[in-house]
Ligand binder design. Structure first.
Ligand SMILES: NC(=O)c1ccc[n+]([C@@H]2O[C@H](COP(=O)([O-])OP(=O)(O)OC[C@H]3O[C@@H](n4cnc5c(N)ncnc54)[C@H](OP(=O)(O)O)[C@@H]3O)[C@@H](O)[C@H]2O)c1
Length: 371
């Protein structure tokens, strides 16, 4: 040893060697612990390395674990007809490495968050998944094996998104279904068509939105930003609630926005003013309508969580990041200008072209979309 120490090799292969007075033992279920005969104590950590170890596998073929009259465990080798108190698994122990919790930040992509996850037994529905954040979310789920349904109002754009994902991975299980959130009857038809497939529903991402469009009434007589961003999703969840509950553990994710902070829904007496939700043209400002709808997303998600979590369905609202360059700004030149100016300073993007349509894939920290 002195010679090795002199050569600087003292610890090369003796790291696991126990100091005098110590003995290595295993529990019935294969965890290694260390007994000190001098101090009459036991501990889980190796007295030299401080590491925990466990047996790497089962008992060798032909061996059995038994307990004697005093309760001490011994091992029977039926093939060689011998018994021993030494656990043969001790020859093959491995370090018990605690996986370090992953850290996510603003540059983490949805793909990185799902890394290593097998979602092949999950069914996911994402509204507005033909572009932007919805597209990237759908793509990330699909590349991890989930069966993903893109619920979109425009089937041409949706089919292009489906084929892009299938080009990336030919086994991607993605399909497009028609859903126009500006029409309550379309929402109902979507829910019925989905139920007719007899699929489970583990994740419902309420992502679709419009942000800057001029005042318009829907066929249901409601202001369209409010209906598309909030009410349509509200109704969709009501229609699919039974499937979600039967598929528990399941979750609903409402893609909201930080911008919900810049508005309120109460009047001067502190009461919720429902006329603010679907205002007439003279009182309409698209950004305000968007912010109110995003506030509704959060309130809805909180209440939904309160009601559904006892049934195994959790609900969360998520802010995906500020001013990510998607097509959300497209209906208003001023907002397009702001998004362009902010583009170099906001989250990085990987851009995918859908023929003439610009479809951007934001790198979002979609931690709430994790399973
Ligand atoms: N981008 C940001 O900086 C940002 C920031 C905070 C929150 N968000 C939220 O992130 C979510 C996704 O937005 P995005 O930025 O990815 O915008 P986006 O690229 O414009 O995506 C919106 C999606 O919603 C769909 N959609 C619009 N009206 C619909 C309707 N009536 N029925 C069904 N689908 C409809 C759009 O379909 P079409 O292609 O057919 O129009 C599109 O696929 C939104 O909820 C938004 O509020 C975005």
């Amino acid at each position: 040893m002195a010679a090795l120490k002199y050569a600087g090799l003292e610890d090369t292969d003796s790291e696991d060697e126990l100091p005098p007075g110590w003995e290595e033992r295993t529990t019935k279920d294969g965890w290694v612990y260390y007994a000190n005969h001098d101090e009459m104590k036991t501990q889980w950590e190796h007295p030299k390395t401080g590491k925990k170890r466990r047996c790497a596998g089962d008992l060798p073929y032909g061996w059995e674990q038994e307990t004697d009259d005093k309760g001490q465990v011994f091992y029977v080798d039926h093939i060689n007809k011998r018994t021993t108190y030494f656990d043969p698994r001790q020859a093959f122990t491995v370090e018990d490495v605690q996986p370090k919790p992953k850290r996510y930040d603003a540059n983490t992509s949805a793909l990185e968050i799902l890394e290593g996850r097998d979602l092949s037994d999950r069914v996911v529905v994402i509204t507005g998944a033909n572009s932007g954040i919805g597209f990237e979310t759908a793509r990330s789920f699909a590349l991890h094996g989930a069966h993903v349904i893109l619920a979109c109002r425009n089937m041409t754009r949706a089919s292009e998104a489906v084929s892009l994902m299938q080009q990336e991975w030919h086994k991607a299980r993605v399909e497009a279904m028609t859903l126009d959130l500006a029409s309550l009857s379309s929402v109902k038809e979507f829910a019925e068509a989905f139920k007719a497939k007899n699929l489970a529903l583990h994740i419902l991402v309420c992502n679709a939105a419009v942000g800057t469009q001029p005042w318009k009434l829907t066929e249901d007589g409601l202001e369209s930003t409010f209906q598309i961003c909030h009410l349509g999703h509200f109704y969709l969840v009501q229609c699919l609630q039974d499937v979600l509950r039967c598929s528990a553990p399941a979750r609903v994710v409402a893609v909201s926005s930080e911008s919900h902070r810049f508005t309120g829904l109460v009047d001067s007496c502190g009461k919720v003013d429902l006329t603010l939700l679907s205002p007439p043209k003279k009182d309409y400002w698209s950004m305000l309508a968007y912010n109110r709808a995003k506030l509704c997303n959060i309130l809805f998600s909180n209440e939904l969580h309160r009601r559904l979590s006892p049934h195994g369905v959790s609900c969360n609202a998520v802010h995906p990041g500020n001013m990510m360059y998607t097509s959300i700004h497209r209906s208003w030149w001023l907002m397009t200008l702001f998004f362009n100016l902010a583009r170099p300073f906001t989250k990085s993007m990987s851009v995918v072209h859908l023929e003439s349509q610009l479809c951007t894939c934001p790198r979002t920290a979609t931690t709430l979309i994790q399973l």
